[in-house]
Write a new protein. Structure first.
Length: 305
């Protein structure tokens, strides 16, 4: 996404959103996949920060942003960072696709504050045609979440966006003079909270607060303590709870998905298949000792939605 100071030229381009994170439960940030036609485009100033990552074949673009002119060939993975408050205008010679990420000012400032960096130095600044392999890795992971039929827990997307902010401001949690794992009592408190709230939306901020740590620091120490990222642990525990409820046989699959904290049945089935290698229907048949058989659509509705 190439932002510039508005010029008195006719607007001739069009933008079509083909995928959006609006229904994925992400809070404080979001993303969309946008098809951009050739021509001139204007973008007003927003209250949030924007990062546009070019997807696909190279396209030549010209823009003017922050009183600076830019002319370049946008390649796959090239990113433009447009801080909050900057409006823009750009011209693309051919149609292209942009993976556009927005980051709320509160989300960004909270991450900066937790890193305990000098606020004057830790700011998101305009960057054009940024080529950072680590940032690209994070962006493509978030892009995969946006396009997945069954997205992961929102904790995963939140973790990715937090890491993106850290990368953009050039900061990282300082761990050299601090412990490398969570204290036993702290770990127990966090895990008990997760277990008691599996059916609710969990956030990195509330989990980090339980440990009295910043989100970036908490993420590192949790991984070192449990051997896996926070989001992976939460999903694993939700799958185990769903498995237990399925084997009890008292609730239907829709109720079990909600009790275990999944957004819907297909979300639960996706993660059960990924972690256990079986679907909810197969698990119940295995427990009953019967072999799965072809069921009519009416009888199978509860397991395949």
């Amino acid at each position: 996404m190439n932002a510039v100071t508005p010029l008195l030229q006719p607007h001739s381009g069009a933008r079509v959103t083909v995928r959006s994170s609006k229904t994925l439960g992400w809070q404080g940030f979001g993303a969309e996949l946008v098809h951009v036609s050739a021509g001139l485009h204007r973008m007003p100033a927003f209250k949030h920060h924007r990062v546009g990552v070019h997807v696909g074949a190279p396209v030549r673009a010209r823009c003017l942003c922050n009183e600076r002119r830019h002319s370049r060939l946008q390649a796959h993975g090239d990113a433009d960072v447009i801080p909050a408050g900057l409006d823009g205008q750009w011209s693309d010679e051919a149609s292209c696709t942009i993976f556009s990420v927005w980051i709320g000012e509160d989300f960004a400032q909270q991450t900066i504050a937790q890193l305990e960096l000098n606020s004057a130095d830790a700011q998101l600044r305009p960057q054009f045609q940024m080529r950072d392999p680590r940032f690209q890795h994070l962006a493509w992971a978030l892009h995969a979440e946006l396009e997945a039929d069954d997205a992961s827990d929102p904790l995963y997307a939140e973790s990715l966006c937090t890491a993106m902010v850290v990368r953009l401001i050039g900061g990282a949690p300082a761990l050299e003079n601090s412990r490398r794992t969570l204290a036993a009592k702290t770990a127990a408190r966090v895990l008990e909270f997760i277990e008691a709230h599996l059916d609710q939306r969990l956030t990195l901020s509330e989990l980090a607060a339980l440990a009295d740590l910043s989100v970036p620091h908490f993420k590192v120490l949790f991984r070192e303590t449990l051997g896996m990222p926070v989001h992976r642990y939460v999903v694993q525990r939700r799958v185990e709870r769903a498995k237990s409820l399925l084997l009890q046989g008292r609730l239907n699959t829709s109720q079990i998905a909600l009790e275990a904290g999944f957004a819907h049945q297909s979300h639960m089935a996706h993660w059960m298949g990924r972690l256990l290698g079986v679907t909810p229907r197969e698990l119940r048949f295995m427990h009953s000792g019967d072999a799965p058989h072809d069921a009519s659509p009416d009888n199978d509705t509860d397991f395949r939605r």
